[in-house]
Design a protein around this ligand. Sequence first.
Ligand SMILES: Cc1cc2nc3c(=O)[nH]c(=O)nc-3n(C[C@H](O)[C@H](O)[C@H](O)COP(=O)(O)OP(=O)(O)OC[C@H]3O[C@@H](n4cnc5c(N)ncnc54)[C@H](O)[C@@H]3O)c2cc1C
Length: 574
Amino acid sequence: MVRSSSPERAEHSEGVDRASEPIRVVVVGGVAGGMSAATRLRRLDERAVITVLERSGHVSYANCGLPYFVGGVIEEEDDLLLQTPASLHARFRLDVRVGTEVVGIDTGHHEVSFVSTTGRATGTLRYDKLILSPGAVPVRPPIPGFGRVRVLRTVEDAEALASDVRGTPRTAVVIGAGFIGLETAENLSRQDIVVTVVEAMDQVLAPLDPEMAVLVAAELEANGVEVVTGAAVAEVTDAGVRLADGRELDGELVVGSVGIRPDARLAELAGLAIGPHGGISVDERNRTSDPDIYAVGDAVEKQDWVGGAPTLIALANVANRQGRRVADDIGGLMPRPTRSLGTAIVKVFGLTAAATGWNEKRLREAGRPYRALHSHPLHHAGYYPGAEPMALKLLFDPDDGAILGAQAVGRAGVDKRIDVLATAIEGGVSAERLADLELAYAPPFSSAKDPVNMLGYMAENVRSGACELVSYDELDPLISAGWTLLDVRTEKEYANGAIPGARNVPVDVLREKIRTGPGRLVIYCEVGHRGHTATALAHELGFEARNLDGGYRTWLAADAAAAGAPRRLVGMPL
Ligand SMILES: Cc1cc2nc3c(=O)[nH]c(=O)nc-3n(C[C@H](O)[C@H](O)[C@H](O)COP(=O)(O)OP(=O)(O)OC[C@H]3O[C@@H](n4cnc5c(N)ncnc54)[C@H](O)[C@@H]3O)c2cc1C
């Protein structure tokens, strides 16, 4: 047990005379949250009697690696198994029992009852503290024929799907275009299976806004995966799926990835409080409504970083963090409360998409004031070979500059930018202060003004009024109101494609070519830089002028998203 003179420690130890007896801790669920809690607690308390009960046949497995096992990227199943009951006993003296499902909690007697999954053994176990980390269960919608649909949640699910793949199906349908659905689609496609992804929403990857997500859909299409959005599956047939509009999609194999719901069944049976989203309700120390029962991971409702309200966020980092915090709490340390930003990342063929915090859809729905900035920087210095463009989006509070969210899609450098931005949010760094971050630079890695710094400069310009931006969805109303749309790219760029109704006056001849104001101009270039310079000049010349946020590239992506036509973007720079 950790020695601490903190007065809080006594409070944490309430009800257990730890000086004389070792504390008995039972953990339900032996993967991310549960095993983090168990191993951390052992490091804090050598005497604790820690028992981990796990329903499946494995503990401490890498569920995040399951799609890559199906795709053969991870060749050996053993590579997914990070620990075994024997290794956990050897190193941590944990009593780990797989194939053991907890079926009831008697909160009065501090006792759990369990059955072995073979049905042969039952038993009870007493606890001083109970930690629930049962995860989530895949949603199985009441669609006729859904019974034959594979899901991907456990090692056993991955084994079953991998076995199907060895049967060399020619076609597959993946229902649901979330992170796991797209990882599965890519991995099936890499096995020479013709894959169709069908998604009920109008876009893939819900955490991204449409003009960002459409870039991912285009990458899927470019790699031969058909993407069908805005389509509900009416029936799973022997041949594939039938959509509500009557279309049939071929799928010898059908995988369902339509979401998960927190596995709060045990908690509910035990009378523990359940939150508004169906997850186990916990306080800032991850205690349930019973102070001797903690809950962590996918099963619980988290405190949202941006809004502070309870929310469901099912991510490995959060589950691990919460597990550690609970062990600290039991072990007598004062844990910091965990809030969650929902920072997530996915690889889809050659592209990486990542997001943190809230997206624009959610901010709009919540009626929360925000400003959105789009940029299309190169991931490192342009003159150094191999520079790749990315699409970057920042959302911030117009009043105090607080960063509310960010998204990035690109072939390189996306993970670093989202991680810096997630860190900035956590650290309370405002949007304009991103300009002040001193980030590592040499040509193979970044630019002297890193893309994150550039977002800071842009936010500074917006908040100081140095540049007035207009977003792609404000464009049509302005043009209808008589504003002139000016494309300041080169004649060649303009000839290759422009926003309908735009006049072309390249920025370098703008001084010579336009008369002085008054007049009202919406100015755009390819990504917004030249547009910013031209807008400043137009102001000097007496015009009311606004720069189109993210330039032609953002507009093009938004237009393709609105039209449900990601194919238009195949081969276009991000
Ligand atoms: C295919 C896949 C890919 C993923 N990829 C990523 C990723 O790239 N990045 C990321 O951040 N997150 C990813 N996740 C999510 C991440 O794995 C989860 O957020 C994390 O594992 C949650 O941890 P947990 O402890 O809450 O639940 P889990 O890790 O799911 O563990 C819960 C365990 O509890 C057991 N259990 C449930 N009920 C009982 C019971 N009554 N008795 C005994 N045992 C029980 C279950 O069998 C299960 O093994 C992925 C998940 C999946 C399925």
